[in-house]
Design a protein around this ligand. Structure first.
Ligand code: FES
Length: 138
């Protein structure tokens, strides 16, 4: 079966997500239902949570490869709705099954997780709480 929900990390750029997607705010209100999103992970977009290309102007440099990824879940199929919640001043929290690919050749399946959108995580592309230390606003 072909994977439906795929999160891809771009080198020096955004997170690309395709699938059956629902983007919601922290109150649970739907921002957008779609099949494709480009979401900011550098923390500099002027149109958060979306990427607006600001990573190029700010010279965001991040390899886009997993540093310490959580273990892949083995009993899952990436189908169904993938919900992505935008946490104020924090990460993107996804729920639903997704295949997550780095820009190398690593990939894992996860049912839930937090993706960094402040650009400063030491465990990119996943949130490690650094957004609190740097007082990320977005
Ligand atoms: S959002 Fe970047 S470390 Fe949490």
């Amino acid at each position: 079966m072909q994977d439906k929900n795929i999160i891809s990390v771009f080198e020096n750029g955004p997170i690309h997500i395709r699938g059956d997607l629902v983007l919601i705010n922290s109150d649970g209100d739907v921002i957008q239902k779609t099949d494709e999103l480009y979401l900011c992970r550098c923390g500099n977009s002027n149109n958060k949570p979306y990427c607006d290309g600001e990573h190029k102007k700010k010279n965001f440099l991040e390899a886009g490869k997993f540093i310490k990824p959580p273990a892949s879940e083995t009993d899952v199929i990436s189908e169904g709705v993938l919900e992505i919640k935008v946490q104020p001043n924090g990460p993107l929290i996804f729920r639903g099954v997704a295949l997550i690919r780095d820009c190398g050749d690593e990939e894992i399946y996860r049912k839930v997780g937090g993706l960094c959108r402040c650009g400063q995580s030491n465990n990119s592309p996943f949130c490690d709480g650094t957004h609190s230390k740097i007082e990320f606003v977005g």
